[in-house]
Design a protein around this ligand. Structure first.
Ligand code: ADP
Length: 591
């Protein structure tokens, strides 16, 4: 499985670019709400300064000065400050949460939409589990960062300004002493940042491998059970989780190091001020109120300072996530609409391959295949497994593009049609009809909600869905289960046929089930397919004797080439590959 891990670390400039990109594409449009959030955060932050300064009158006027008539006033001031802080805090959190949820959903929707446009090659390279982790985990880590950035910029910076303002106002020398440890912080903090970044990336990759594993295990649960791989898979999974724990712990240790350093520095500052300022208070140069207000201000500054220190760590984690998100969004599909698309052919067109070479990566799959499927006829593709029959389907629908040669429909090369229009020419009925975890009705109409009832009913009957409908608990509204698991193979195929009837396209691609349906199902499905293919150009990857025999034309494929084409009788008469294949494959069925 491919990951993005093998790339060098991003530079600070790259990270800045990423943040600007995030801002432009997903956050800027929410600026009015963000402004509201920042305003309330600032209000919340300013209350910290107010709180520390109120210490001065409380001590100097009330406690030491003994002017008890001011006591209620000071009490009221405290109450007011806490109330404003609480209300502002609630408002900013709710507003920020709204912006955060909306922007995260936008990034996720964009990612999912974009992934669907990417080529088959891409999806073979990156596993679904890996991509799911990108969509869930990476987006979440990015979300976390900008929230802390904004909270940092809004509440914490204002809080620090107000708190240091109070501290400076009381005594600028004390403040400088309190900050004396700061320069010592720089080198270790930079080191911790690098450490966090490296581990954060690795942690994201391990998380992706983990979800890949789960995805594969759950998709392959039947083979896992049949091969008694439960213990083996559980062991592999556990090994990966241990790896994850290690990297996550390292990453958290790095992230915790920066606020830790700030703590140590603050301790140093405290001791310094006490040492220097203690004498001034004893000698009466400074009041107890000064001292209390100063220490409250510096004490309250820890928390925002710590959080701001942690922001840089979170920033490193988010950069790792954001890099990947952007990298995915920047990928362009190779198979895309042509610059000047041609109109799709009218009516029921013929299909032609001319000297087509095709490959998956470096593996050549078709080497000079040519044939014509005449308009309105049924053309069967036969040949041993791996001959390239499915690849022909993939070329026609442009799931892959040929290396060379021409693939045309009604004389128009498929590469010159708009992708959407090209694919709307086809209905595909295959052995693994993709069913979604929705109701049967939704699975059949596939988003076409305006199909009249009588048309739907006719399609259900023609596809013999009505045969098994009464046996389902809620008829058309019965859920199909994950990947259609509540339906049998034959039933899934009939759903696919009903879809095809409703799509009513001029071209039909059938991929017959290799595993035999029971005789009754087979007869029913065959009858439905025969009806469906009337008046359409039909290509069928044939495994059934009846299909092969009744096809108007048979294309015999072997090792990526078309070795013969003709009717059943013609091909048998020639005693070539087809006759051999026929005997080998269908002898038992024939007898
Ligand atoms: P058939 O349908 O006749 O069994 P296919 O067209 O599916 O043959 O496959 C032809 C060859 O291409 C096989 O050797 C198969 O292993 C290879 N192949 C098919 N699909 C892919 C793919 N997505 N990536 C790499 N190789 C593939």
């Amino acid at each position: 499985m491919k990951t993005f891990a093998d790339r060098p670390d991003s530079t600070a400039a790259e990270r800045r670019h990423l943040m600007i990109w995030l801002w432009r594409n997903y956050l800027a449009r929410h600026w009015p709400l963000l402004l509201v959030a920042v305003l309330f955060m600032s209000l919340e932050g300013a209350m910290f300064g107010a709180l520390s300064y109120t210490m001065k009158p409380m001590f100097d006027t009330v406690f030491v000065g003994g002017q008890s008539e001011y006591l209620p006033l000071v009490g009221l001031a405290f109450f007011g400050i806490f109330t404003v802080r609480a209300v502002a805090g609630i408002i900013q959190k709710v507003v920020l949460s709204k912006v955060s949820q909306e922007s995260v959903s936008e990034v996720r929707s964009d990612l999912v939409g974009h992934l669907m446009t990417l080529d088959g090659g891409f999806h073979q390279t990156y596993s679904p589990g890996y991509l799911m982790q990108r969509i869930e985990g990476d987006v979440e880590s990015v979300n976390k960062v900008w929230r802390s950035l904004i909270t940092g910029a809004g509440r914490d910076v204002v809080a620090l300004f107000s708190l240091f303002g109070v501290a400076f106002f009381i005594d600028w020398r004390w403040t400088l002493i309190a900050l004396v440890g700061a320069p010592l912080l720089i080198a270790p903090a930079l080191f911790a940042q690098r450490f966090v970044r490296g581990n954060a990336r690795h942690a994201r990759d391990v998380a992706a491998s983990l979800s890949t594993r789960v995805n594969e295990i759950l998709h392959g649960i039947v083979p896992v059970k049949l091969n008694t791989l439960e213990r083996y898979q559980a062991k592999r999974y556990r090994r990966l989780t241990r790896e994850r724990i290690r990297t996550e712990i390292r990453s958290s240790a790095g992230q915790a190091a920066i606020p830790g350093l700030i703590d140590i520095m603050s301790g140093l500052g405290f001791a310094g001020v006490l040492f220097y300022g203690g004498g001034e208070i004893i000698s009466g140069e400074k009041t107890v109120g000064d001292f209390m207000a100063f220490f409250t201000a510096i004490g309250l500054a820890f928390e925002p300072l710590r959080r701001l220190g942690a922001v840089s760590g979170i920033l490193q984690v988010a950069a790792a996530g954001l890099e990947r998100i952007k990298e995915l969004l920047d990928m362009r599909p190779e198979i895309a609409d042509p610059a000047t698309p041609r109109a799709i052919p009218d009516g029921v067109p013929e299909v032609r391959l001319e000297n087509v070479h095709a490959a998956y990566g470096d593996t050549a799959v078709l080497s000079g295949a040519s044939f014509t499927a005449r308009a309105g006829e049924v053309t069967a593709l036969v040949g041993p497994s791996g001959a390239g029959k499915s690849t022909v389907f993939n070329l026609l629908t442009r799931l892959v593009d040929p290396v060379s040669g021409a693939v045309t429909i009604g004389g128009v090369p498929v590469s010159e049609m708009k992708l959407g229009e090209l694919r709307r020419l086809f209905s595909v009925v295959s052995q693994d009809a993709l069913l979604f975890d929705e109701t049967l009705r939704e699975n059949i109409v596939l988003g076409q909600d305006d199909i009249p009832d009588d048309r739907l009913q006719a399609a259900l009957e023609a596809a013999h869905v009505t045969d098994f409908l009464p046996r389902l608990p809620d008829g058309l509204d019965s859920p199909c289960g994950p990947r259609g698991s509540n339906l049998s193979g034959g039933q899934r195929q009939r759903v696919a046929i009903a879809r095809a009837i409703l799509r009513d396209t001029p071209l039909l691609l059938l991929d017959e089930a290799t595993s035999a349906l029971d005789a009754q199902s087979e007869a029913v499905v065959q009858e439905a397919l025969d009806r469906l293919s009337k008046g359409r150009t039909t290509l069928v990857i044939a495994h059934r004797l009846s299909t092969v025999r009744n096809a108007d034309s048979i294309v015999v494929m072997e090792s990526g080439r078309v070795v013969d084409q003709g009717t059943h009788d013609e091909l048998i008469g020639r005693a070539g590959v087809y006759a051999d294949l026929y005997r080998l494959q269908f002898d038992t069925a024939d007898s």
